[in-house]
Design a protein around this ligand. Structure first.
Ligand code: HH2
Length: 288
């Protein structure tokens, strides 16, 4: 098997816990940010709980990127995320990532103790973010997204979604390498729910192994609570954790290195089973 020297270990699946400090995230907005601003204590307690439940990495975000969302000013995004990252970096041994598309927000988070930048736009929204990650020696997750969250569900068109997402992620990887980020610090994400229809999301999750082989980089997927699951089950966003675990388990069996989830405790069980089955398949192939 090819060895990937990487920000995501190859020998086990990484559970990335979601900590959204926003008023408007699609499934969990408003838990820690409301009319009176940020409830730092509650956000830090929630981050600690994610780690206790089994998250090996916590992703802190201060801007919703749900379909139709509006951009948050840089100062506001920093005011939401920096104090949480600063406090969690002191309290927890697990690495923290900043979920942002903006260079200035990424820089503030890295100064505050984050070790990874998670950019759902793959460096396209604010290309200066790539140099910020390079300078800081940070890890970088490059997500696939055509356009902007406000309009990404309009006029979606793919002939071969797995091939096209692969092409576009390959281009994002080249831009990151040109900006000075070593391959060992990169991971990619096909951007589940970002400008995709149901069949696109399904094809990307089921073929994550092809993407991983093609790019030679670890792949993170984030199906958690997204609307394609609602389309399949009829469940509203807050009740999609079981469906999310099924999607994560299949993606892991198909080759995913990491899953980004809201319900870490449930995901830990799904990951344990999917990882064991993936191991059994590999052992069977070895014996054949
Ligand atoms: N999805 C969301 C946000 N960040 N990062 C990666 N790498 N992959 C994803 O699929 C991904 C992501 C959207 O989910 P959420 O944070 O729950 O919602 P919102 O954007 O409304 O805050």
């Amino acid at each position: 098997m090819t060895q990937h020297p990487t920000i995501l270990p190859r020998d086990r699946v990484t559970i990335v816990g979601v900590l959204n400090v926003t008023p408007d995230s699609f499934s969990d907005g408003g838990r820690f940010v409301g009319d009176t601003g940020l409830d730092l204590e509650a956000a830090v307690a929630a981050g600690a709980a994610l780690a206790a439940e089994g998250a090996r990495w916590i992703d802190v975000g201060g801007e919703s990127t749900r379909p139709g969302s509006r951009a948050v000013p840089v100062e506001e995004e920093i005011a939401r995320t920096r104090p949480v990252i600063e406090a969690l970096a002191k309290e927890l041994p697990v690495p923290l990532s900043i979920d942002t598309r903006k260079a200035e927000v990424a820089e503030a988070a890295l100064e505050a103790g984050a070790r990874v930048v998670n950019d759902v736009s793959g460096g396209a929204h604010d290309p200066a973010l790539l140099a910020v990650a390079a300078r800081a020696g940070a890890g970088l997750v490059l997500g696939h997204l055509r356009g902007e969250p406000a309009t990404m569900q309009d006029g979606i068109a793919f002939d071969d979604v797995v091939a096209e997402v692969g092409d576009e992620l390959e281009a994002a990887v080249s831009r990151a390498r040109d900006a000075g980020v070593p391959r060992a610090r990169l991971a990619v994400d096909p951007g589940i729910g970002f400008g995709k229809q149901l069949d696109h999301n399904l094809a990307l999750l089921a073929n994550v192994g092809a993407l991983r082989r093609r790019l030679g980089l670890p792949v993170l997927v984030g199906p958690s609570r997204k609307s394609f699951l609602g389309a399949l089950t009829g469940d509203p966003a807050a009740e999609r954790d079981l469906a999310s675990h099924a999607a994560c388990a299949v993606a892991i069996f198909a080759g995913a290195d990491a899953v980004r989830v809201h319900d870490v405790a449930g995901a830990r069980r799904a990951v344990a089973v999917a990882e064991a089955l993936r191991g059994a398949r590999a052992a069977g192939e070895g014996a054949a």
